[in-house]
Design a protein around this ligand. Structure first.
Ligand code: VGL
Ligand code: ZN
Length: 216
């Protein structure tokens, strides 16, 4: 299988933040191992002129997912803290976009959730390639929402790791994504690059436009 990447494809790098890496507040086992793998994809996609989006979990200090608020998780990825930073070795090309999610009290594992992002991406993008953290939460929900929004979605199998609160959670997540139409891909399948990217000066921070709850 040969896959072409270019202007109609987007690479979505999900939540490669310090709190999800070993030593962080909500460490994903081997979470940091995705960095070097993703960097190869990032270089390839940048050279091909593909859109590159970095999502980040970006919680207020009273986020509903925190144990203190009745949620399942320790506090993590609190806005503007060290733990919310991207892994320092992650390559963030100048033309990449950064999208913050779950930045109000509400949980949002998928960056599509409650936003106009699918609509915006559909203007140019047909195919999404998704990797990052964590396979069984934000990666899974982003992939499933992408499929619901009628994108072709590829999971970068070698560039994801899961939390596995219960052993096997990541495996189950992958089975579900595949059952819903996601295709699995790894670095051995050669990606053909198109058009070179034209770098701009600063990363655009995309502010999500929220839909009101009853207009979805
Ligand atoms: C995530 C748990 C809590 C993730 C975010 O990025 O997968 N997991 N918040
Ligand atoms: Zn979170």
């Amino acid at each position: 299988m040969t896959i072409t990447i270019g202007k109609t494809t987007a690479l979505i790098v999900v939540d490669v933040q310090l709190d999800f890496c070993p030593g962080g507040a909500l460490p994903v086992p081997d979470g940091d191992k995705v960095v070097s793998v993703l960097n190869e994809y990032i270089k390839q996609f940048a050279a091909a002129g593909a859109r590159i989006i970095f999502t980040r979990d970006w919680h207020p200090s009273n986020h509903s997912s925190f144990k203190s608020q009745g949620g399942p998780w320790p506090p993590h990825c609190i806005q503007n803290t060290e733990g919310a930073k991207f892994h320092p070795a992650l390559i963030i090309p100048p033309e990449a976009e950064i999208v913050s999610k779950a930045d109000t009290r509400d949980e949002a594992y998928s960056f599509f959730q409650g936003t106009n992002l699918a609509e915006k991406l559909h203007e140019r993008i047909q195919t999404l390639f998704v990797g990052g953290l964590a396979t069984d939460y934000c990666v899974k929900e982003t992939v499933l929402d992408g499929l619901k929004e009628h994108f072709d979605v590829y999971l970068l199998d070698d560039a994801c790791r899961g939390v596995d609160v219960k052993p096997g959670d990541s495996e189950k997540a992958i089975q579900l994504m595949v059952a819903k139409g996601c295709k699995m891909l790894n670095g051995e399948q050669i990606l053909n690059a198109e058009i070179p990217a034209s770098p701009s000066k600063a990363n655009r921070i995309t502010n999500l436009v929220r839909k009101s709850k009853n207009s979805a």
